[in-house]
Design a protein around this ligand. Structure first.
Ligand code: CO
Length: 633
């Protein structure tokens, strides 16, 4: 023991959130193993290695079995506690699963090596966390119940204290304050942690993303207020959209009357390894350095911004970037101020995008937004805009019970569906969580979705065939390019505006970046250093209004239709399901197919009564705006 010094635990997130945030969740197990023994010796409070998006990505992009990854890591980490991120009733997926699935999943995760389960709900609805918390306790593991930190008129100290009390009541062993967007300021953290500590007397762990540049300052104030553990990533995979750097925190804390039990020299050695590993994932490397001030301005997660840029590029509508950013808080207010975290960030973000791209708010609504309005994700933290709700679900009354109470058990049904392909419960869970990806994966016919992401061990029969991609991870280059362009623009003393060209899928995109005060704006324009700073001209505004009017006057239909009733894709995405085959009789408004975009399911409706003619796409096809989907005769 080190006398008077207070112990602060350090959770290293490099193997989960670190690469999820910086390398699009692509780090392969084989790149984790060589350093595992060294990491195990450091003396971390815990290692976050599993859950979140890694489960899905393992299978989808790397052709790896996430269960095998966990088992392998558990074998390598003999001393250190392993931790995972669990999205409450959503587990590691994007929707609610029945209680029997939660039970089975938690039991298997515990069996294969998870010690600490960090459980959250995207709406901070504790009813959605309760079942998972109970199951973790039943399995004798540590329940870390999470409060998602966000801003908005309803979020005051009392809101967080009330949630904290509820979580303690449900048996939380510790509390995590999850600042997924990096918007928790150091002083707000001090007040929040002081109040929660006093009220709950539970260990408190802090989680943040460095996107706004406040992360390590925030940790320091939180620790001063009594926080016990902080999440950091190895410096080689820290900062930017990832966590504050481990080495920085260790160095600072050891000087300030705290001890972390971590030797700075030892932990520094890890960076040499991860620096090399990072180089192998160049094409996914989304954020080199710097501070994204838009997070401070718009309070949206950094990932959302790069998603918008990618989607808008493909829709050839980068000039709408600013409009989409302004639409996000409006949609969020309509929905009762949900925190922006998976999956609510995708639900809000894609709806904002649809509202802008379709030219009319809520003209086209994703299934997820419909379900949200029906209460199927849980209770909105604030009041939902009733007018908008009626527009979306009509007179249907939203449910008031816990959403999973309405779900039938899923395991037996899934067993029947998948048959012999699932050899055990682990396989079955893969299938229940991600049926479309798991089926070919289990059959051994999976092709890694991206040519760059080759599976670790390719069996003879599993040849990886590159597939053309519509939703390419190209946003990586664009977003980092914008960062540097903005810095470039900011560094110029006379001009506050810069331009940059991107080679995007072989097409040169020109973006104009203007810096005002503490933020930057992106718009399409001349990629020329001499662009004058100018607001959108009146002429353009009138033109935009006209276009919006024309859209409004057009027949009400979800997708874009031409005169001969050819329906085209309204946004980039992937055909998730074709519901009405060629020859089907349809009525106007019938769902013909479902387009998956930004992980949301968007219904493509029949624009008129008639018969479905030629269908130009099949399930799984990637489409771009304007691509023909089907015709109606
Ligand atoms: Co995170």
């Amino acid at each position: 023991m080190s006398g008077q010094k207070r112990h602060i635990g350090i959770t290293d997130t490099t193997l989960r959130d670190g690469h999820q945030s910086l390398l699009a969740t692509r780090m392969k197990t084989k790149d984790m193993l060589p350093i595992a023994e060294k990491m195990d010796e450091i003396g971390f409070h815990s290692l976050e290695v599993w859950g979140g998006a890694t489960f899905d990505s393992c299978m989808r992009f790397l052709n790896e079995d996430p269960w095998e990854r966990l088992k392998t890591l558990r074998k390598s980490f003999k001393k250190t506690k392993l931790q995972m991120l669990l999205r409450g009733q959503n587990l590691v997926g994007y929707k609610h699963y029945a209680d029997d699935v939660v039970e089975a999943f938690v039991a298997k995760a515990a069996e294969h090596g998870i010690d600490i389960f960090r459980i959250f709900d995207a709406l901070n609805d504790v009813r959605n966390m309760q079942k998972a918390m109970e199951e973790v306790k039943k399995n004798g593991k540590h329940v870390q119940a999470t409060i998602c930190y966000t801003l908005g008129p309803i979020y005051d100290l009392e809101y967080y204290l009330k949630m904290g009390r509820e979580l303690k009541e449900l048996g939380a062993d510790s509390i995590c304050i999850k600042d997924m967007a990096g918007i928790l300021t150091p002083y707000a953290a001090y007040d929040l942690v002081s109040a929660l500590k006093k009220e709950l007397a539970l260990p408190i762990q802090m989680h943040t993303h460095y996107t706004s540049g406040m992360g390590s300052m925030m940790y320091l104030k939180a620790i001063e207020a009594g926080a016990d553990v902080v999440d950091t990533a190895n410096s080689a995979l820290a900062l930017g959209t990832s966590q504050p750097a481990t080495e920085t925190m260790v160095a600072v804390l050891s000087e300030g009357g705290y001890e972390t039990g971590i030797d700075l020299e030892q932990v520094s050695l890890l960076a040499e390894y991860f620096k090399e590993v990072r180089k192998d994932y160049e094409e996914f490397d989304v954020y080199k350095a710097g501070v994204d001030v838009n997070v401070l301005r718009y309070q949206v997660p950094g990932g959302m911004l790069s998603n918008f840029i990618s989607q808008l590029s493909q829709a050839n509508a980068l000039d709408k970037f600013e409009a989409v950013l302004l639409e996000v808080p409006r949609v969020r207010a309509d929905m009762g101020f949900p925190p922006l975290v998976t999956p609510s960030s995708q639900i809000v973000g894609s709806q904002a995008l649809l509202n802008v791209l379709s030219g009319e708010r809520y003209k086209m609504v994703s299934n997820e937004v419909k379900n949200y309005m029906k209460g199927l994700y849980g209770k909105a933290p604030g009041e939902v805009n009733e007018e908008i709700r009626r527009k979306i679900i009509g007179d249907e009354r939203p449910i008031t019970v816990r959403p999973a109470d309405l779900l039938e058990p899923q395991i037996e049904a899934a067993k029947q569906e998948i048959g012999d392909l699932a050899k055990n419960m682990e396989d079955l869970l893969l299938y229940i969580l991600f049926p479309q990806v798991a089926k070919p994966f289990l059959a051994g016919t999976s092709t890694a979705e991206e040519p760059q992401a080759k599976p670790v061990a390719i069996k003879e029969e599993q040849k990886v065939e590159p597939k053309p991609m519509a939703v390419a991870p190209i946003n990586t280059n664009i977003s980092s390019g914008i960062g540097s362009a903005a810095r470039f623009a900011a560094n110029r003393t006379n001009s506050r505006t810069g331009g940059i060209s991107f080679n995007f899928n072989g097409k040169i995109e020109k973006l104009k970046i203007s810096v005002d005060g503490n933020g930057y704006k992106v718009s399409t324009g001349k990629a020329d250093d001499e662009i004058e700073e100018q607001e959108v001209s009146q002429e353009q505004e009138v033109k935009q209004e006209k276009e919006i009017k024309q859209e409004k006057e057009a027949p009400k239909a979800a997708a874009n239709i031409s005169a001969d009733s050819t329906v085209t894709a309204p946004m980039p995405g992937k055909i998730f399901k074709v519901i009405m085959g060629a020859g089907s009789k349809v009525k106007q408004g019938d769902i013909v197919m479902i387009l998956e975009a930004m992980k949301m399911e968007n219904e493509i409706l029949a624009p008129i009564d008639g018969t479905v003619g030629e269908i130009s796409v099949t399930e799984g096809d990637a489409v771009n705006p304007g691509d023909i989907l089907f015709k109606i005769k």
